[in-house]
Design a protein around this ligand. Structure first.
Ligand SMILES: Nc1ncnc2c1ncn2[C@@H]1O[C@H](COP(=O)(O)OP(=O)(O)OP(=O)(O)O)[C@@H](O)[C@H]1O
Length: 275
């Protein structure tokens, strides 16, 4: 389970109201895309889900429990840039979360715990398409590879919620399409709920199960400080996209959505995809 409930949340910085009375329930395993004009508070909202910022009013619950007032392993995050540590190798970056959580004081694992963590990290590195790059440093990777690494780094902790702040915004269109396919697969194969900020409507409608728009209802320049943004559109994709279930599109607009839970030949025989 990984249901998010946002209840009457406001966010103010001094006199500036950024977000106004946001209420929203995000179902477990949903993929929500947040869109809206620049500066309307999308990243601020994401930082509140992460626990980096606190609501001025209202509350946020994860599976019925108040969100802790700090980031934790139940929430992973990937930013557009600088999500990974430049002085650590690919393997070191993916292992890092395990080392911090497994050995809080020294941030280093030993013996069997370390061997198991390394095996898990290597498997995840393979799953995001970076096998063979384990000993490379981020500067030796392309932008797309760095974002794959950032995803692996977030996923090793098996977060309930994955928060994405324009994670693919700086990538070339071809690379972006490839990483979209990866993102769909990861969403289908894991149990996590995803909340992604994007400026790209096509990306929002390609990946998400639900698209939510934030906007100021009263956008007069002289009132900018006084009114925050709120939810102005809430669109559920039709036909519904459900994590772990094959798309009824044949094939899906941006590549087949195939969960490992469904063998390709099963799907092919059911007519959903070509073998
Ligand atoms: N720590 C802070 N202190 C004061 N004001 C802040 C802080 N963080 C954000 N803001 C203000 O909150 C507003 C919303 O910023 P935010 O970055 O959340 O918007 P956004 O919708 O993500 O924008 P963009 O799409 O351009 O990234 C902006 O006016 C910004 O200046």
């Amino acid at each position: 389970m990984s249901e998010l409930r946002i209840e009457n949340v406001w966010k103010e910085y001094g006199d500036q109201i950024v977000l106004e009375d946001i209420s929203l329930t995000v179902a477990s395993r949903a993929f929500v895309a947040l869109v809206g004009p620049s500066g309307c508070g999308k990243s601020t909202f994401l930082r509140m889900l992460l626990g980096q910022e606190q609501p001025t009013r209202g509350q946020i619950l994860l599976d019925g429990e108040l969100l802790p007032a700090e980031p934790g392993p139940d929430r992973g995050v990937v930013f557009q840039r600088y999500s990974v540590f430049p002085h650590l190798t690919v393997l070191g970056n993916v292992l890092l979360g395990k080392e911090f959580s497994g050995a809080r004081h020294k941030a280093k694992l030993f013996g069997a715990a370390r061997r198991n963590a390394i095996a898990e990290a290597r498997q995840l590195i393979g799953e995001v398409g970076l096998a063979g790059a384990e000993d490379k440093y981020p500067a030796q990777l392309s932008g797309g590879m760095q974002q794959r690494l950032a995803l692996a780094q977030a996923l090793i902790m098996k977060p309930k919620v994955l928060l994405l702040d324009e994670p693919f915004g700086a990538l070339d269109p071809g690379i972006r399409a490839e990483i979209h396919t990866l993102m769909k697969r990861l969403w289908n194969e894991t149990q996590m709920t995803v909340v992604m900020v994007t400026h790209d409507m096509r990306e929002a409608f390609t990946l998400a199960s639900r698209v939510i728009a934030f906007e100021r209802r009263r956008d007069r320049p002289e009132e900018k400080e006084r009114y925050g943004a709120t939810i102005t559109k809430d669109i559920s994709i039709w036909p519904p996209r459900l994590a772990g279930e094959p798309s009824i599109f044949s094939p899906d607009r941006d590549g087949p959505v195939v969960s490992l839970g469904h063998r390709r030949d099963d799907l092919a025989s059911s007519g959903d995809i070509q073998p």
